[in-house]
Design a protein around this ligand. Structure first.
Ligand code: SF4
Length: 99
């Protein structure tokens, strides 16, 4: 399980200046889980009438919110998150034909 301790928060914040993993798939389902992982519930989080959660400053949200989950190792909300990371396919074993 990925930890969400102080060091992990610092790493996510700095990591947000780097690109999102090309293995990331899926989309945000507005579960709101990542809006609770920095300092408790985010001040800008709004509960929707549809049971989903929304950001009041979505167009200008911070970089680490914008890119979350950036990598699988930074992904601490996998129980409810709509994103996922594609696992690398196993390389075929070398054979006389392909080696
Ligand atoms: S945890 Fe994932 S699905 Fe939930 S709000 Fe954050 S990015 Fe969206």
């Amino acid at each position: 399980m990925t930890r969400n301790n102080f060091l992990a928060k610092v790493k996510r914040t700095i990591g947000a200046f780097f690109p999102v993993s090309p293995a990331r798939r899926g989309a945000c389902n507005n579960c709101g889980a990542c809006c609770h992982i920095m300092v408790g519930r985010c001040f800008w989080l709004k509960d929707g009438d549809d049971g989903k959660q929304y950001c009041r400053i979505y167009p200008i949200r911070p970089l680490n919110c914008r890119k979350y989950p950036r990598t699988e190792s930074e992904w601490v909300t996998r129980e409810t998150c709509g994103f996922y990371f594609e696992q690398p396919k196993n390389e075929p074993l070398p054979t006389p034909e392909n080696s």
